[in-house]
Design a protein around this ligand. Structure first.
Ligand code: SF4
Length: 255
């Protein structure tokens, strides 16, 4: 019996994939709105477990009130919490962005450093955020920002393996020329959002179908793919809503 061949993750194949994605998605870009490195850092912290669209609704208010790191560093936490509440995890995110602003003021005069190692030492800043900010705000290719889309799509493509962002980033950095690292993130995230969806990948209209290593792609291309079962959250089901009272009916009395 023939065994299926998974294409090898070679630099040539990685570059061919990126060339195709560039052709298919020239509009791929960082979806967060920002005017400088400080704003992009804060927006990227806020985007954890939240959509970029939601972050973009909140940040104009936040940056109108706290336009600089110095002002955000001195902010009252409850006020910041009130502004960013709708992005979720607002207490932890408030601590992160105010802590980041304080670190920036104390160590770098309020200016985001153009240095990866200095960036990741700041509160609230991990490898992903540092790569996003240095790549987009300063045009520096210091690494490949790896989020959930990059993990999923590169695993399916057969360019990387596993769900450890650090290992996947190292693999991509070894495969892709340095000058394309930032663009790699934008293209793969965009492709993951528009085509290679987590539950329903559109393999039938995928520009890199013939270069992809995912064994499920044929089934999805022929309309026979099966979405994975929804993850169990462990939450209790919501309580049943009380029935609506008919118009004109007297209200029920409590016992
Ligand atoms: S062929 Fe399917 S699984 Fe592979 S990259 Fe395209 S959409 Fe994703």
């Amino acid at each position: 019996m023939k065994t299926k061949r998974v294409p090898r993750p070679t630099p040539e194949r990685a570059v061919r994939i990126l060339d195709r994605l560039e052709e298919a998605h020239p509009e791929a870009h960082c979806a967060l709105d920002y005017r400088n490195a400080f704003e992009l850092s804060v927006s990227t912290i806020l985007s954890a477990q939240c959509t970029d669209q939601r972050v973009n609704l909140v940040t104009p208010v936040l940056f109108a009130r706290f336009p600089t790191a110095a002002l955000l560093a001195d902010a009252a936490l409850p006020e910041v919490e009130g502004i960013i509440r709708s992005t979720g995890f607002f207490r932890a995110k408030t601590k992160s962005i105010v802590g980041f602003a304080r670190g920036l003021v104390e160590r770098h005069g309020g200016v985001v450093p153009r240095d990866f190692d200095a960036m990741v030492k700041l509160p609230g800043i991990g490898r992903k955020t540092a790569n996003v900010v240095l790549g987009h705000a300063y045009g520096m290719n210091e690494g490949v920002a790896v989020d959930t889309h990059v993990l999923r799509v590169t695993n399916r493509l057969g360019l990387a393996e596993g769900d450890d962002p650090v290992k996947v980033e190292a693999r991509l950095m070894a495969l892709v020329p340095r000058e394309r690292w930032t663009r790699t993130t934008d293209l793969i995230i965009f492709h993951g959002r528009k085509v290679c969806d987590a539950r329903r990948p559109a393999c039938g209209r995928c520009t890199v179908f013939d270069l992809c290593g995912w064994e499920g792609r044929q089934a999805w291309a022929s309309g026979q793919g099966k979405a994975p079962a929804a993850k169990r959250t462990g939450r209790k089901p919501p309580a049943a809503r009380p029935k609506k009272r008919r118009r004109g009916a007297p209200p029920k009395r409590g016992r």
